[in-house]
Design a protein around this ligand. Structure first.
Ligand SMILES: NC(=O)c1ccc[n+]([C@@H]2O[C@H](COP(=O)([O-])OP(=O)(O)OC[C@H]3O[C@@H](n4cnc5c(N)ncnc54)[C@H](OP(=O)(O)O)[C@@H]3O)[C@@H](O)[C@H]2O)c1
Length: 524
């Protein structure tokens, strides 16, 4: 989710949450404006949005991050106008040269370039063009130059007249071909020459001055597993930095699969086991390294998914930033959370330590299907960082876990002590007791009934269907039925009972006093 102004809702995947009619509009817009495939802004007129927020979004009215999810499918239907603004309006029509388009990261970069709406043409140099996915190869704007990245004429043809060059080449970790990056970069540099084209080079963490920021694990990997490849990357980087406009991107260990949509980019970014999905690297390259973005121009930027903690400890000094201490701190935080949760539930953790494990297990347990947990954003009126739960199908949100009731019952059976006053368990027990008392009173009232079916009778929910009416045996007159008026109607006037009796075709009633109203015999 993105930030939003009070009258607009921003979301990454609006097609997931819209109602059918709006989804159709969204689809049409997507077809006509290809940029919205990447990221879109759904803006609702303030008048249409306001009533929705006030009626359906409490208590997250102020929490823009949760708007789309909190608004149930029905609510979106109330919005009459949907229009789209591009968060990063670019009017450029760039030509981009891409090296390594058939590789894992290269394909992702190509996909994003084509979807960015700012690129007119992508020229890909590939040794084996057939490796490019067909749907990308056949798109308008894609030109494939067949050849090696060390072949000067093929490289010159690829780089001719382009506004940006992206190099995502990779070779083996050692052995023949390990120097492919530096060898290719030499040829690419000659082709680019003194032009103003932006050069974006995908390198790696642990290369050059980044080595000092690496954790022990990353250092071990860099210096023992792939030292030759990194040395070659170092040479490549040196060459890149001789150009006019350059960005060196140093990603952590690359992983396949869906991108997480967020990253930590900094000159010293690393972490204990630094990794990042290829999809996120591609996103970063296209969104933050290409013109008009100058944020990383002439800078080396490392890219990983997790941001390490800035906490310094012996663990960090020994193992690198965020290695041991990060996990230790996470564990400490979770333990603290568990003990706070025990207090909230009403469990005395010092007297009954075995229950801590139960609570701990419960908190680690996955939520019931269809539910997800979220954190309130900065603009939530209750403050940020509070966890709440949401049911995806209905958009319903609540502060307590959806399976809390069952867990409280389970815990109550295991507890040997009374729950602390004011805790969740305390209120749950109070609620159960009140409910039990009410049932008992009701049972008490209906216990004395004969088998005769009364005309007015309150039965507890789920009770079996009473026997069909039959004549009262207690009374001499065989035509008299037993009518019980529930005590909820203590002031029922005799006239009402009379009207009731006549409605059912019953005869005259005896004159009743207020005390007698509970038991009324009606003569037929
Ligand atoms: N893997 C990691 O964990 C990791 C971590 C940090 C940084 N990196 C760096 O990130 C970049 C992308 O990694 P990746 O794993 O996505 O790459 P990859 O899948 O190995 O792809 C490498 C690409 O380079 C192309 N290539 C190699 N030699 C070539 C030549 N002589 N002529 C033309 N093309 C050539 C390959 O083409 P073919 O398809 O024809 O072989 C392929 O398209 C690389 O620079 C890599 O060093 C990787």
């Amino acid at each position: 989710m993105l930030r939003s102004s009070p009258s607009s809702v921003l979301c990454r995947r609006p097609d997931k949450i819209l109602t059918r009619s709006l989804r159709v509009k969204w689809k049409l817009l997507k077809q006509t404006v290809p940029q919205v495939q990447q990221r879109g802004v759904l803006a609702f007129g303030a008048r249409t949005l306001e009533p929705i927020l006030s009626t359906r979004l409490h208590p997250f009215q102020q929490c823009s991050k949760t708007y789309p999810a909190c608004i149930g499918p029905g609510c979106w239907a109330q919005a009459t106008s949907v229009f789209i603004q591009l968060p990063f309006p670019r009017t450029l029509a760039m030509k981009v040269a891409l090296f390594g388009a058939t590789g894992g990261t290269g394909v992702e970069i190509l996909r994003r370039l084509l979807g960015s709406g700012t690129v007119e043409e992508v020229r890909c140099l590939a040794r084996s063009p057939e490796k490019l996915p067909q749907e990308l190869r056949e798109q308008t704007g894609v030109q494939v130059v067949s050849g090696s990245s060390t072949d000067a004429s093929a490289v010159a043809e690829t780089c001719k007249g382009v506004d940006a060059v992206i190099v995502s080449l990779g070779g083996p970790g050692k052995g023949p071909g390990v120097d492919v990056c530096s060898q290719s970069q030499k040829v690419i540099n000659e082709a680019v020459g003194a032009s103003d084209s932006r050069m974006v080079c995908v390198s790696s963490i642990g290369v050059g001055d980044h080595y000092q920021h690496c954790s022990l694990f990353a250092k071990f990997f860099a210096s023992w597993i792939i030292p030759q490849a990194l040395a070659d990357k170092h040479l490549q980087e040196e060459m890149v930095r001789t150009l006019k406009n350059w960005v060196v991107v140093r990603p952590g260990g690359l992983i396949d699969g869906e991108g997480k949509g967020h990253w930590h980019a900094a000159e010293d970014a690393c972490g204990a086991y630094p990794t990042i999905p290829r999809a996120d690297v591609a996103d970063f390259v296209v969104k933050e390294c290409l013109p008009p973005s100058d944020q990383w121009l002439r800078r080396n930027v490392a890219l990983v998914t997790k941001k390490p903690r800035s906490h310094r400890s012996f663990g960090i000094q020994l193992f690198g930033r965020g290695c041991r201490s990060h996990f230790a701190q996470q564990k400490l935080l979770f333990d603290r959370y568990v003990s706070q949760f025990c207090v909230y539930l009403g469990v005395d953790a010092t007297a009954e330590p075995d229950l801590i494990t139960e609570v701990d297990d419960y908190l680690r347990r996955p939520l019931p299907a269809g539910w997800t947990s979220h954190q309130t954003g900065e603009d939530c009126e209750y403050g940020s960082g509070y966890t709440y739960f949401m049911q995806a199908a209905t958009g319903r949100t609540q502060w307590t876990r959806p399976d809390e009731d069952e867990f409280l019952q389970y815990l109550r059976k295991k507890m040997r002590r009374k729950p602390a006053a004011g805790s969740r368990l305390f209120f749950a027990a109070l609620r159960d007791r009140t409910r039990r008392e009410r049932w008992a009173a009701l049972e008490d009232q209906i216990d004395h009934l004969t088998g005769a079916r009364p005309l007015l009778r309150a039965l507890p929910e789920g009770s079996p269907e009473p026997a069909p009416p039959k004549r009262s045996e207690n009374l001499e007159d065989p035509c008299i039925f037993h009518v019980v008026l529930h005590k909820r109607f203590p002031v029922m006037a005799p006239a009402v009972v009379e009207a009731f009796a006549s409605y059912f075709g019953l005869g005259a009633l005896t004159q009743l006093t207020a005390a007698e109203l509970r038991h009324v015999w009606v003569a037929k």
